[in-house]
Design a protein around this ligand. Structure first.
Ligand SMILES: [Zn+2]
Length: 364
């Protein structure tokens, strides 16, 4: 990579702005915008200036054109006699935030490996997917989409991994700076034809209160207010209802009044008082889940995948010495229930596209 710009003073002298580009009222006083060369991705031997907002970078036209026929066409259409020049180079102006354009060319020149190792990796992938789709940079688009699928995956196993690793945020602002909001992801997927992101993004959004989902949100990162289309809001509410109904049915059929296994170990216990302990454990788990469904656990009131997993996790610990975990049945009953929950969650995941009204080939 080239060194930083030799100096901004020299760049200022070399900057030429066509008079035709200025409003008539300002031609006489020759107001020249203060374009600033960004040092992060810019090359002294570059032969094309990329301008975004009030800043620009110098890049290699042949390299850029090799990645994108669309950018090649834009560069080809620059008229040498009328276009503005920066440091003597023709200028291709992109209508995107300067930070995002800088990120795009950083990814093109250096690859995405180091970018995706940052804590804001999903935010970075979001921006790169949007820009690479806009400018038809296919290889980068594929890489960004593959990474976005870590956040909004197609399989339940990947979703569970995501849930373990995505941090909980104290505020919407903190979340927005690190992680794109599901509404923004849904709109991005619709705009640039990535339906495989939609079921997980809609499921994530279905965990929010419907009033928040319908009101949309302001994203401090891009300064935009994101709202769902009426079509997607309808899909969201229908899917949310179907998911909630699935959980209710699961609780009635598989948990409420659940009988011990035919091989329950406590049935052979010498103490008759212990014969009903496994059923009692399931009754307690049912009660806890009903409490959650009724809104005791804030933020988890409409997350059936989490609720079903919690039903198993409650039974995981043996308990403290002298204080047996009352939610824990015997190992046989617990293993049978865990297998039931596993199958139910997989079934639930496979149904997401249908519930949200989306056609995703190869889902799950
Ligand atoms: Zn048992």
């Amino acid at each position: 990579m080239a060194s930083l710009s030799s100096n901004s003073h020299q760049a200022e002298k070399q900057r030429v702005l066509s008079q035709d580009r200025l409003p008539k009222s300002t031609r006489e006083i020759e107001v020249i915008p203060a374009f600033r060369r960004r040092s992060s991705v810019s090359f002294d031997d570059g032969n094309l200036a990329i301008l975004a907002g009030q800043s620009y970078i110098l890049v290699h036209r042949g390299f850029i054109c090799r990645h994108s026929a669309y950018l090649a066409e834009l560069a080809e259409n620059l008229k040498s006699d009328s276009c503005i020049r920066l440091e003597g180079r023709p200028v291709l102006e992109l209508k995107e935030p300067a930070e995002d354009v800088s990120l795009l060319f950083h990814a093109l020149y250096d690859g995405v490996t180091t970018l995706f190792q940052q804590s804001t990796n999903l935010r970075i992938a979001f921006v790169l997917f949007r820009l690479s789709s806009t400018y038809h940079i296919e290889k980068l688009r594929s890489e960004a989409l593959a990474f976005l699928k870590k956040g909004w995956p197609s399989s339940l196993g990947q979703w569970d991994r995501r849930e373990r690793h995505v941090p909980r945020f104290d505020s919407d602002f903190a979340r927005a700076m690190l992680l794109p909001h599901p509404i923004a992801v849904i709109n991005l997927a619709r705009r640039f034809n990535a339906p495989e992101l939609l079921p997980a993004a809609l499921y994530e959004l279905s965990r929010y209160p419907p009033s928040l989902a319908s009101a949309g949100l302001f994203d401090p990162h891009d300064g935009l207010h994101h709202v769902l289309t009426l079509r997607d809001l309808t899909c969201l509410l229908r899917g949310r209802e179907s998911a909630s109904r699935f959980l209710s049915t699961f609780m009635v059929n598989e948990l409420e009044g659940r009988k011990p296994s035919s091989a329950c170990r406590k049935r052979s216990d010498d103490h008759p008082d212990r014969w009903r302990e496994c059923q009692g454990a399931f009754d307690l788990v049912t009660f806890e889940l009903l409490c959650d469904v009724n809104g005791v656990v804030i933020g988890r009131t409409s997350d059936p995948l989490f609720a079903m997993l919690e039903a198993v996790n409650m039974q995981a610990h043996l308990g403290d010495e002298g204080a047996w975990n009352l939610y824990r049945p015997c190992d046989v009953c617990r293993d049978e229930f865990a297998a039931t929950v596993h199958d139910a969650r997989e079934h639930f995941w496979r149904k997401l596209p249908e519930w949200f009204g989306i056609d995703v080939p190869g889902w799950g």
